[in-house]
Design a protein around this ligand. Structure first.
Ligand code: ADP
Ligand code: MG
Length: 687
C-alpha cells in the first residue's frame, strides 16, 4: 500500500509518528488525530503505588521505584543479558533483560527508574525479569508507562505498547484541542452530568484516578449510544414521513372468524400480538414490527392472521424464510391455518420446477397469488407483485438489510413483520432491533409440559437407550441430533451416518429408524419427514437441519450428541422440537466440554426452560455475544459501551434521542438541527 503525503495527513505532525507508523495506523483504520484519540486502551493497570524494595510481594505484577546503583552487561551462553541493580531506602532489587543489549547504554548510575513486573526467586536472590520500565527524567516529569494508572492498548503488528503510550500522550497533550470539538450542547451535557469531551478523552488515555476514569468512560459510552439512537430514530422518522403503506381494513369480525377457524384457543400472548398487528397495519405508516417468541410459542399462527388481514384488504403477502427446509415446513404449517379461511398459499424456492416457477411468476404479477412462502428465490428480479401489502421475515439476521429492502422499496411500501425465535434481552433488543417496534410472546400454548433436560456422561448411555426403548414401545418418538458445522461438515456427516448404522443394527434394531441431513434430495428429505410425522419412523437421526420448525407433538425424547459444540441458544432451539404435546418430554445432552464456560452452558440448560432467561445467561457468559453485538460488517456495534452493563446510560441516551428527534418538525434531512448533524458527522456510522 502506497500512501501520498496528503493522505498521511495530520497524523504525521504528532511527535513519534513518521510515515511508517502512519501507515501502520492506517491499516487499523486510524487516519486522523481524532481517530487516534478514539483508539482506547483495552484495560488499565494500577501502577500508581510504589512498593518498598525490601517488601515486594512475589509473582504478582507490582510497581516499584529506585535509584540505579549498578549496570552490568554479561552474555550468558551467547545471549546478551543486561543486569541493573536498583535500590531505595529499604533495600535493593535486581532487574534483568535478555536480548536487549542496547539497554546497557540507557541506564546510568544515579538515575531514578520505575519498574513494573513480577518479582521471582532466581537462585537465592529476588529478581525482576524483563520488567516494563521508565527512567524518571526529572522528579516532576509525569510518567506514562509506570507510576500511574497505566493504559494498556490493544496491540497490532508493528505498534508496541510503549510507543503507543508515548504517541497517545503526545496527541492528548498537544493535538486534542484542535482535533476535537464537543458538539453536545452544554445544557444537555450538564443536565446529564457528563464530562466535556476533551476532558473525557484525556482521562481515557491518562487517567488521573479510577473515579475520573469511570466518569470519562460514562461520557464516551453515552456518545456511542446517543449517536446510535439518534441515527435510528432519524431513519425511522424518515421512513415514516417518506413512505406510505396501504392501510388494511380489519374488522373485529375478521379476528373472530380467524379464531373460530383454529383448532385451538389462542394464548394471551398471541392475542396481544395480533392486536399489535391490527393497530399497525390499519395505518398508512409502514409497520416495522418484531415478533419475538420462544420456540413453540406459536408465531406462525400470528403471521397467518396477518396474511388473512392482507388478503381481505385485497393485498398480497410474502413470507421470506432463510432456508429451503424451513420454507417447506412453514408452508405446510401455514396451509393448516390458511386453507380453512379460504386462502391457498404457494411455495417458491430454488427447487421449484421451471414450469411451476413460470406459472407462479405470472400469477404473482397478476395478483392471483395471495400468499407466497419462499427463500431467497423470492428476491429475484423477475418476481413481481401486483400489490404487495405485507412482508413477513423469519429470523431476520440471516438476511442482509439490503436483501429485504428489495421487497420493501416499493410504492406503496409494504408493512413489515420480522419474526425471531431467538429471545434477546430487552436492552439488547433496544440496540440491535432499535428501529423495530417489539411484540413479545413469553407464554407457551396451554398443556405443554416443561422439558426435563439432563446432562449425561457416555457411561450412562445404555441406561438412556433402555429408557427410550420403553417409551418408544408405548408409541412415542425420539430425535437423535448430531452437530454439523460447515468447517468439518464431511466428517460430521460421516459420524452421524456411522452412529445411525450402529444403532440400527444394535440397541434399536427392533425400531424403525430414519436418517435426515442437508445433503439429501429435497424429495427424499420430505419423504422421511413425512414418515416421521405420520409416526412411521420411531427414531429420527438428524444433523442440525431440524433445528427450527419441525413440529411433531408425539416426539417426546431427544438426544443431542456432542452438545458442547452447540451454543446455548441453539441447544435451546433444538430442544424446542420436543415438549410440544401433552406428554412430558426428556432431553439428554451428551457432551464433554473442555472449558468451564462449556460446562456452564450445559448445566444452565438443565436448569432453565425459559428462552429469555437463557438468553440473559448466554449474554453474561459471552459478553456482547457475536450474533447480536455486531454490525452487518462484523465489527462490534460499540467500542466501549456494553448494552447490558451500561443499560442505565443506554436508556438515558435513547430517551434523549427520542426527545430530540421527536421535536423535529418538517422534512428530513433539512430540518435536522445543526448540532445533531455536526455531532453525528464525528461519530461512527451505523449500517
Ligand atoms: P414457533 O413460535 O416455534 O414458530 P409454531 O408457530 O410452529 O411455533 O407453533 C408450534 C405448534 O404449536 C404448532 O403445532 C402450532 O399449531 C401449535 N400452536 C400454536 N398456537 C397454539 C395454541 N394457542 N394452542 C395450542 N397449540 C398451538
Ligand atoms: Mg416457527
Amino acid at each position: 500500500m502506497k500512501v501520498s503525503e496528503s493522505e498521511l495527513g495530520e497524523l504525521r505532525y504528532i511527535k513519534g509518528v513518521g510515515p511508517k507508523r502512519a501507515l501502520l495506523f492506517q491499516k487499523i483504520g486510524i487516519r486522523s488525530v481524532r481517530d487516534l484519540l478514539y483508539l482506547f486502551p483495552r484495560r488499565y493497570e494500577d501502577r500508581s503505588h510504589f512498593a518498598p524494595l525490601n517488601n515486594l510481594p512475589l509473582n504478582e505484577p507490582i510497581t516499584c521505584r529506585g535509584e540505579v546503583m549498578d549496570v552490568k552487561f554479561k552474555p550468558i551462553r551467547g545471549m546478551p543479558l543486561v543486569e541493573v541493580l536498583v535500590g531505595d531506602d529499604s533495600g535493593t532489587l535486581r532487574a534483568v533483560w535478555f536480548n536487549q543489549p542496547y539497554l546497557k547504554r540507557l541506564f546510568l548510575c544515579g538515575q531514578q527508574v520505575i519498574l513494573y513486573g513480577k518479582v521471582e526467586f532466581y537462585k537465592k536472590d529476588l529478581q525482576m525479569s524483563s520488567p516494563e520500565f521508565e527512567i524518571v527524567e526529572s522528579p516532576e516529569a509525569e510518567s506514562i508507562h509506570t507510576g500511574r494508572i497505566t493504559p494498556i492498548y490493544p496491540l497490532t503488528e508493528g505498534l508496541f505498547q510503549r510507543s503507543l503510550r508515548t504517541i497517545l500522550r503526545e496527541a492528548v497533550e498537544h493535538h486534542l484541542d484542535s482535533a476535537i470539538t464537543d458538539a453536545l450542547p452544554p445544557e444537555l451535557r450538564t443536565g446529564l452530568d457528563l464530562m466535556t469531551l476533551d476532558r473525557a478523552l484525556r482521562e481515557m488515555h491518562l487517567p488521573s484516578s479510577f473515579e475520573e476514569l469511570e466518569k470519562a468512560r460514562r461520557r464516551i459510552v453515552f456518545d456511542e449510544f446517543f449517536s446510535f439512537e439518534l441515527q435510528i430514530f432519524l431513519k425511522v422518522k424518515a421512513i415514516r414521513t417518506q413512505y406510505q403503506a396501504p392501510a388494511f381494513k380489519i374488522s373485529p369480525e375478521l379476528i373472530l372468524e380467524f379464531k373460530r377457524s383454529l383448532p385451538f384457543e389462542l394464548t394471551k400472548s398471541q392475542e396481544k400480538a395480533i392486536l399489535d398487528l391490527v393497530k399497525d397495519m390499519g395505518q398508512t405508516v409502514p409497520m416495522n414490527r418484531l415478533l419475538q417468541g420462544d420456540v413453540g410459542s406459536g408465531k406462525t399462527v400470528v403471521a397467518a392472521f396477518a396474511f388473512l388481514a392482507a388478503y381481505r384488504s385485497g393485498l398480497q403477502s410474502a413470507f421470506l424464510i432463510p432456508t429451503e427446509i424451513l420454507a417447506e415446513q412453514h408452508y405446510r404449517t401455514l396451509l393448516k391455518f390458511l386453507e380453512p379461511v379460504g386462502i391457498r398459499p404457494e411455495l417458491l424456492t430454488k427447487s421449484t420446477g421451471a414450469d411451476k416457477r413460470a406459472r407462479l411468476i405470472a400469477e404473482l404479477k397478476a395478483g392471483k397469488v395471495p400468499v407466497v412462502v419462499g427463500t431467497h428465490a423470492l428476491l429475484q428480479e423477475d418476481v413481481q407483485f401486483k400489490a404487495l401489502g405485507l412482508l413477513v421475515v423469519d429470523e431476520q439476521h440471516k438476511f442482509g438489510v439490503h436483501q429485504r429492502n428489495q421487497l420493501l422499496q416499493k410504492t406503496p411500501r409494504p408493512h413489515q413483520l420480522v419474526m425471531t425465535a431467538t429471545p434477546i434481552p430487552r436492552t439488547l433488543a433496544l440496540t440491535v432491533y432499535a428501529d423495530l417496534d417489539i411484540s413479545v410472546m413469553r407464554e407457551l400454548p396451554r398443556g405443554r409440559q416443561p422439558i426435563k433436560t439432563y446432562w449425561i456422561t457416555r457411561k450412562k448411555q445404555p441406561d438412556i437407550f433402555a429408557h427410550m426403548s420403553l417409551r418408544i414401545q408405548k408409541g412415542e418418538q425420539a430425535y437423535i441430533v448430531f452437530p454439523l458445522i460447515e468447517e468439518t461438515e464431511k466428517k460430521d456427516l460421516l459420524a452421524a451416518k456411522k452412529e445411525f448404522e450402529r444403532l440400527r443394527k444394535t440397541v434399536f434394531k427392533e425400531f424403525r429408524m430414519g436418517l435426515v441431513h442437508g445433503k439429501l434430495e429435497r424429495s427424499e428429505r420430505e419423504a422421511i419427514m413425512r414418515a416421521f410425522s405420520r409416526n412411521e419412523i420411531d427414531i429420527l437421526v438428524a444433523t442440525s437441519v431440524i433445528e427450527v420448525g419441525v413440529d411433531q407433538p408425539n416426539a417426546t425424547m431427544m438426544i443431542i450428541e456432542n452438545a458442547e459444540r452447540f451454543g446455548l441458544a441453539q441447544l435451546h432451539q433444538l430442544r424446542g422440537r420436543i415438549g410440544r404435546g401433552k406428554l412430558g418430554s426428556d432431553c439428554f445432552l451428551f457432551g464433554e466440554p473442555s472449558t468451564d464456560e462449556g460446562k456452564m452452558r450445559l448445566r444452565l440448560l438443565t436448569k432453565l426452560n425459559d428462552g429469555f432467561l437463557i438468553a440473559d445467561e448466554d449474554l453474561k457468559l459471552r459478553g456482547q455475544g457475536d450474533l447480536w453485538g455486531t454490525r452487518q460488517s462484523g465489527e462490534p456495534l460499540f467500542r466501549v459501551a456494553h448494552p447490558i452493563a451500561d443499560e442505565a446510560i443506554l436508556l438515558q441516551a435513547r430517551q434523549e434521542a427520542q426527545k430530540w428527534v421527536g421535536g423535529i418538525s418538517g422534512s428530513l434531512p433539512q430540518k435536522i438541527p445543526v448540532w445533531i448533524q455536526k455531532y453525528l458527522e464525528q461519530m461512527p456510522k451505523t449500517d
